[in-house]
Design a protein around this ligand. Structure first.
Ligand SMILES: C=CC1=C(C)c2cc3[nH]c(cc4nc(cc5[nH]c(cc1n2)c(C)c5CCC(=O)O)C(CCC(=O)O)=C4C)c(C)c3C=C
Ligand SMILES: [Fe+2]
Length: 399
């Protein structure tokens, strides 16, 4: 979670291909400098080298969903669906009507930075009769990790859809339209809603917080850093080149247990200060953590089982991913505790060099894991973005 790639930051950085604007015309940085843009009018183009929703700042709301193809849809039906969905996503991102199945749920709202991101699960390739195109990283499912308690009905799926927007109605509207436009071709398998900090909630752009109260998202790889693209974007197979892989996990937080822990112990579980996210080895939020740093008594400043030590690329042969998770809260569980946690989303060039080794280690050695339950999971190939006039997955479905 975080403001690391906020719209304002991106506009300021002039990052190519990451244009974000206001409906009616993409604004240059001078226009942004003139004053904050009205929230509803912010647009994120659907078309581009990468799909929208990977590099942009997190919106306040997310709808996550997976769809399964209907029997008989096949490759032709899938092509039809991806063309239809891409056209709709592009129109909605521009703030236009959905066209087919427009239901007026978000009639008075602007696009609110809407992004729609599509991913393909391993099962899609068999369903659509295109197993020859299965990318190697999807050939085996994610391994079982110690402590996993996965609900298969809320995991996996042929098609993954991530819809982000700075308004809940706008995000819901997009999901509902996509669902109706899929009728006869694909059906909703699972759906979850999440949230992040609302733009303007803090006086200045700041990294977001999760439901444990931690500053979350500080040490994400950033566009422009050395090797960023190689860490996040896949180099093949051909149809996926420039795309990515996304790992999704629904991770419930045992908040009653967590909140019983005094703040200094919570900080030692993560390895960072709760107030400002600074590493316990010293400095401020963005000071690199010193994993060798010691306290006056000779103990490690960042404990051996602290989350940031166990998860760090330095502890995992360089394994890295771009985390873009959202919080969720879904009422009460039968035992009266909150059903709340993190919809963990991480984009990476190769899950075998990203999520898998890190989660293997976290499940064994991370002191945060005793406050978490992994309840749902998915791994999807995320095709590159579509050019104007094209659709997501075109190189796969017409190649
Ligand atoms: C397998 C990967 C990871 C899972 C699952 C995961 C779950 C998880 N994390 C937090 C809270 C924080 N994580 C932070 C850093 C961090 N987390 C991962 C990976 C996973 N986290 C990485 C690679 C890192 C960066 C480590 C580093 O190099 O410093 C932080 C610190 C702030 C930050 O850098 O973002 C927090 C806080 C929760 C609550 C959670 C599951 C619910
Ligand atoms: Fe983490």
């Amino acid at each position: 979670m975080g403001e690391g790639f906020s719209r304002r930051t991106l506009l300021g950085s002039g990052a190519a291909g990451l244009a974000v604007g206001v409906a009616g015309g993409v604004l240059g940085s001078e226009a942004v400098a003139a004053g904050p843009e009205p929230l509803g009018r912010v647009t994120v183009p659907f078309h581009g080298a990468q799909q929208a929703g990977i590099l942009q700042g997190q919106q306040a709301r997310v709808q996550l969903a997976a769809f399964d193809l209907a029997a008989g849809t096949g490759r032709d039906g899938l092509r039809q669906l991806m063309k239809r969905w891409s056209g709709t996503a592009a129109r909605l991102a521009r703030g236009e009507s959905a066209g087919e199945h427009e239901n007026q749920i978000a009639l008075d709202a602007g696009p609110c930075a809407l992004t729609v991101t599509f991913g393909f699960g391993a099962s899609l390739f068999a369903e659509a009769g295109i197993t020859g195109q299965l990318p190697p990283a999807l050939a085996a499912p994610l391994p079982d990790f110690p402590g996993d308690a996965l609900d298969r009905a809320r995991s996996d799926g042929d098609l993954w859809v991530q819809i982000g927007a700075d308004d809940a109605l706008v995000a819901f509207h997009a999901l509902r339209v996509l669902q109706q436009q899929a009728a006869g071709l694909a059906a909703l398998r699972w759906q979850m809603a999440g949230f992040s900090r609302t733009p303007g909630a803090t006086d200045r752009p700041m990294t977001g917080r999760n439901l444990m109260g931690q500053v979350d998202g500080t040490n994400n790889p950033r566009p422009g850093q050395d090797g960023f693209a190689a860490k996040v974007f896949a180099d093949g197979p051909g149809w996926l080149a420039g795309g990515s892989y996304v790992v999704f996990r629904r991770i419930r937080m045992l908040l009653d247990n967590w909140e019983n822990l005094p703040t200094d112990r919570q900080e030692r579980v993560i390895g960072r200060r709760k107030s400002d996210g600074a590493p316990l080895s010293g400095g401020g939020e963005t000071t690199p953590a010193d994993l060798a740093g010691q306290n006056a008594d000779g103990t490690l400043a960042i404990p051996a089982d602290a989350h940031i030590r166990v998860a760090a690329p330095a502890s995992n042969g360089g394994a890295t991913m771009l985390r873009r998770g959202f919080s969720y809260q879904d009422g009460l569980l039968p035992d009266g505790s909150l059903d709340a946690g993190l919809l963990f989303i991480a984009f990476q060039a190769d899950p075998a060099r990203g999520f898998v080794p890190v989660q293997r280690k976290l499940a064994r050695a991370d002191s945060l894991s005793r406050f978490l339950r992994h309840e749902a999971s998915g791994l999807y190939a995320v095709p590159p973005g579509a050019p104007e006039g094209g659709y997501v997955g075109q190189a796969l479905l017409e190649g």
